[in-house]
Design a protein around this ligand. Structure first.
Ligand SMILES: C[S@@+](CC[C@H](N)C(=O)[O-])C[C@H]1O[C@@H](n2cnc3c(N)ncnc32)[C@H](O)[C@@H]1O
Length: 230
């Protein structure tokens, strides 16, 4: 594992058990706005979603009324455990929603992700995980490779913000938000630049319970989408 992946999985393994509770005030208001934007993202009724860096399943659960299958991938064992425990307790069958341990951003990607289950998605994206990735262009490229032609890549992440130098390293944070130009270039390089759109969301989220952080952290978010054409 790269040192970035190790820091991330160590940090998220420690907070997985109470992630949903700790961040309920962030996730709840976002849920509505993400659902309202299912069409913008390119979600197709009955389609297959790759929820990369899925955590406890926020994106998969938000979009569950529309999609046919959610496949989660994450590098953190305890996040995968929480995702699958929630699906089980909601009586969702595994073929409809299941998460797997793996890393698409290593060289090569985890061999466990070579199965055909992990290819041919209608939509692939990441909710609030891109700022944790060292090489974001590689991430966009590897996700696009997993899409069917005509499928959509999406990113939900933070608008540019001041760096929080004291605590970023311990949380595995590598980026302080992304501009529209950053993301457009990334999508074009990845091969998902067709029909590119970027929109600022109206929800402002406040992280009040970050481990080791005294001050609440205010963030605005964007949603970006683009289509894989070949
Ligand atoms: C802030 S959480 C977001 C979780 C979820 N998407 C959500 O919206 O609540 C970031 C997630 O990224 C995962 N992560 C970090 N680096 C990763 C990588 N290289 N590959 C897969 N997952 C990664 C972490 O384990 C963590 O679950």
């Amino acid at each position: 594992m790269s040192s970035s992946a190790e820091v991330n999985s160590q940090y998220f393994n420690n907070i997985a058990a109470d992630y949903d509770k700790r961040f309920a005030n962030v996730l709840e208001p976002l849920k509505t706005e993400l659902r309202e934007n299912a069409g913008f993202i390119g979600i197709k009724s009955g389609g297959r979603l790759l929820d990369y860096a899925c955590g406890t399943g926020f994106v998969s659960i938000c979009l569950s009324d529309v999609i046919g299958q959610a496949v989660g991938i994450d590098i953190t064992e305890n996040m995968i455990g929480a995702y699958n425990a929630k699906a089980k307790s909601a009586n969702v069958p595994e073929y409809q929603r299941k998460a797997y341990l793996g890393n698409l951003l290593s060289n090569p990607p985890s061999p466990s992700l070579d199965d055909k289950l992990f290819f041919g998605f209608d939509v692939a994206g990441v909710g609030m995980g891109f700022h944790h990735f060292e090489d974001v262009t590689l991430a966009a490229t590897r996700l696009t490779e997993r899409l069917a032609t005509g499928g959509s890549l999406f990113i939900l992440d933070f608008l540019p913000h001041d760096p929080d130098l004291n605590h970023n390293a311990a949380r595995g944070v590598h980026h302080h938000g992304f501009t529209e130009d950053n993301i457009r270039t990334m999508f074009e390089t990845a091969g998902a630049g067709s029909g590119f759109e970027y929109k600022e969301l109206s929800t402002e989220v406040v992280f009040e319970n970050l481990p080791g952080q005294g001050q609440p952290m205010h963030r605005r978010l964007f949603l970006a989408r683009g289509t894989k054409t070949a």
